[in-house]
Write a protein that binds this ligand. Structure first.
Ligand SMILES: NC(=O)c1ccc[n+]([C@@H]2O[C@H](COP(=O)([O-])OP(=O)(O)OC[C@H]3O[C@@H](n4cnc5c(N)ncnc54)[C@H](O)[C@@H]3O)[C@@H](O)[C@H]2O)c1
Ligand SMILES: N[C@H](C(=O)O)[C@H](O)COP(=O)(O)O
Length: 333
């Protein structure tokens, strides 16, 4: 990792596993020399588990990181009961994300790493965004340019349609959208992952990629024209590929990223193959943002002082990837 600036780790839903994971990630990284992060959260949730230093600015994080968890305080309004989300704490969850983005946009932190939120808890307070991805784009003043990628050592996937119903995903799938998402993914693979000549695999939508029109027309009318336009622009892509076989062990080495037509077409293979090492990355933004691939896991959340059943691997992978991405960006200028 070894970022020059500390990373900003958000609160997430305080009743989920986020606070436990923040503490566990600090325990694992504090002496690793990989770089520092600070947690934008409520110090009262963690101070009986680990030494905490409340900081007033991200630049203080590096000096204290080996001895204590740097916390930039964002206080919860209501008592936090692990496993029982409370929409009175939605304000703290949202403020934490907003502040993290402000610090990165101001050049005071290297990237945002988000802890999981429960979208319905925020929605209950009128929060208008279906997830971090869309909220972050709004905070960065580039709504509509956000691209979701999930990345793991075995697979990278990008869904063309994201947090919408399957019916709406089908209605909004267009050639233009596939082209713009694939182009953004291609740029990000070079800029943030150091892949000089990215190879994209474009998924079909229907069984057997439509079986020559027998099982659907979208491959011919929407997806193939997108592939033709991408190739005309010099982008290396293959498809439309049958979605049931393109994620097999034999197929995966043939491409760097799969461009998928809807959320679960992308996320099911990724999370099935690599839940522990999967990282959610938002591309298309001026800032770096990563996140673990799992959710709030209310069913296993417990007090931070107690036994931690949550696996911290995905958060560690998210922190490390944010660090690597910031290094790639710095090198490219
Ligand atoms: N990045 C995010 O903010 C994000 C990502 C995914 C889901 N969510 C939200 O999280 C909430 C719960 O979603 P869900 O139940 O579908 O998925 P989930 O990932 O929270 O939980 C699915 C299962 O995996 C287990 N699990 C998850 N993370 C784990 C970990 N680190 N260690 C051990 N076990 C773990 C849980 O205990 C649960 O049994 C939803 O509101 C969803 O929107 C948020
Ligand atoms: N679709 C994501 C997943 O299942 O991992 C998740 O809901 C997170 O989305 P945001 O990063 O937009 O919150």
């Amino acid at each position: 990792m070894k970022t020059l600036k500390p990373l900003a780790l958000t609160l997430g839903d305080p009743a989920g596993i986020g606070p436990q994971l923040a503490v566990e990630a600090w325990r694992r990284l504090r002496l690793s020399g990989e770089g520092a992060f600070f947690w934008l959260g409520d110090p009262r949730l963690v101070e009986s588990a680990v030494p905490v230093t409340c900081i007033g600015s991200p630049k203080e994080a590096g000096a204290v990181f080996s001895d204590s968890l740097p916390v930039l305080p964002v206080f919860c309004e209501a008592d936090v009961v692990p496993g029982r989300p409370d929409s009175r704490n939605a304000g703290a969850t949202i403020s934490s994300i907003r502040l993290a983005v402000e610090y990165v946009l101001a050049g005071r932190a290297g990237g945002v790493v988000t802890n999981p939120i429960a979208k319905h808890v925020l929605a209950a307070t009128g929060f208008p965004y279906p997830g971090h991805t869309e909220f972050l784009a709004a905070l960065c003043a580039c709504p509509g340019e956000e691209i979701m990628m999930l990345a793991s050592p075995q697979l990278k996937v990008v869904p063309v349609t994201v947090h919408v119903s399957l019916r709406r995903a089908l209605d909004t799938l267009t050639t233009d959208r596939i082209v713009s998402v694939a182009k953004a993914a291609n740029t990000a693979l070079k800029r943030d992952f150091g892949i000089a000549a990215p190879r994209l695999a474009i998924a079909g939508l229907n069984p057997h990629a439509g079986e020559h029109g027998m099982m659907g027309e979208e491959e011919t009318t929407i997806i193939q024209p997108a592939i033709d336009r991408l190739r005309a622009q010099g982008i290396n892509c293959q498809g439309p590929l049958p979605p049931d076989t393109m994620f097999s062990a034999n197929a995966r080495p043939n491409y760097d990223t799969a461009i998928c037509m809807y959320h679960d077409q992308a996320l099911i293979p990724l999370k099935t193959l690599d839940m522990a090492e999967g990282v959610n990355v938002t591309l298309g933004l001026p800032i770096i943002r990563t996140s673990p691939d799992h959710g709030t896991a209310f069913d296993i959340a417990g007090p931070v002082t107690g036994f931690c059943r949550a696996d911290v691997s995905s958060l560690l992978a998210a922190i490390r990837l944010a660090g690597e991405m910031s290094i790639y960006r710095e090198r490219r200028g």
